[in-house]
Design a protein around this ligand. Structure first.
Ligand code: GLY
Length: 300
């Protein structure tokens, strides 16, 4: 038996060919679990897993970020420490290889919670955070996807495209050996989005939340729906004040999302006891969990 819990997601939507994500999800959750087994904090484990998800062009975050209407990859990310309630986030940034690493620096070194755009990029340079060229983010698949969206004059979720049904947003939640919780989320946003649009992923309480008193949660889906319902915090309220277990809290949060704003997406959650929950209002969601020494990948 292990005494830590880790759960990651690679987005929710109508997932075509889900099997192609399985090996990546398994490798990433196992890599994070090795850190936790060696005594790493939940905070370091979620940052590690999200950075690996950002490096994999399969997912809409970091390298694989979708392109906005200007043809640029603009990234958002956040991280939260459930022990201290410290949090860091970045929004509308370009060129940073791992936005979650920059969010971590914001939490740790800036004295602020959220930095955006040019100011966030300047802070990244001060902190020696790695940058990549524009070509690194402009993968062939993303250029073709933007061209399709422009032809249809649509602003689409990455994972709502029936043509290739890729996914939006990545995230991780964990409870470490000390019982501390943490959550992190990262995204490239929505295909063909207006420059300057920011979704839920960098907003604490909307796309990400962690508090040792309740749970750690990371969301994926239509950002506007999750902002309006403060969904990550709503799930935590269900754990803290209604004493719901992880699975039940995740289900109730998604029920609330659908009832109140007809919202589309999903969330993952680890509660204060280390139980995992996942729920979605979309046809599928990509997740992997590591509990009691066993990795489990789910693609529906
Ligand atoms: N959930 C990611 C976004 O809407 O930007």
């Amino acid at each position: 038996m292990t005494d830590f819990t880790l759960m990651i997601h690679g987005g929710a939507g109508a997932i075509r060919d889900p099997h192609r994500y399985e090996a990546s999800l398994r490798a990433i959750v196992e890599s994070g679990a090795r850190l936790l087994a060696a005594g790493s904090s939940a905070l370091d484990a979620v940052a590690h897993c999200v950075a690996l998800l950002e490096d994999d062009p399969l997912y809409n975050a970091g390298r694989g970020s979708v392109l906005n209407a200007d043809g640029a990859a603009m990234c958002d990310a956040s991280i939260m420490d459930g022990r201290t309630l410290k949090a860091g986030a970045v929004a509308a940034i370009r060129g940073v290889r791992n936005p979650v690493r920059l969010a971590y620096e914001v939490m740790d070194k800036s004295g602020h919670v959220l930095l955006v755009g040019e100011g966030a990029e300047r802070f990244a340079r001060e902190r020696d955070v790695a940058f990549e060229s524009e070509d690194y983010f402009r993968t062939e698949a993303r250029v073709a996807q933007l061209a399709r969206a422009k032809r249809k004059r649509e602003t689409t979720l990455d994972h709502s495209e029936p043509a290739d049904a890729k996914l939006g947003t990545v995230g991780a939640v964990a409870r470490d050996r000390n019982g501390d919780l943490a959550a992190a989320t990262s995204t490239g946003g929505v295909v063909n989005q207006r420059a300057g649009r920011v979704g839920d992923s960098p907003l604490i309480g909307a796309g990400t939340f962690a508090d040792n008193a309740s749970c750690a949660a990371s969301c994926t889906g239509v950002g506007e729906d999750f902002i309006r319902t403060a969904l990550a915090r709503t799930a935590a309220v269900f754990v803290e004040f209604r004493s719901l277990r992880a699975e039940e809290a995740a289900r109730e949060a998604i029920r609330y999302l659908v009832d109140r704003v007809d919202g589309r997406g999903g969330l993952i959650l680890v509660d204060r006891e280390g139980r995992c929950g996942r729920a979605r209002s979309t046809p599928g969601m990509l997740t992997a969990t590591f509990v009691a020494g066993v990795a489990r990948v789910e693609t529906t």
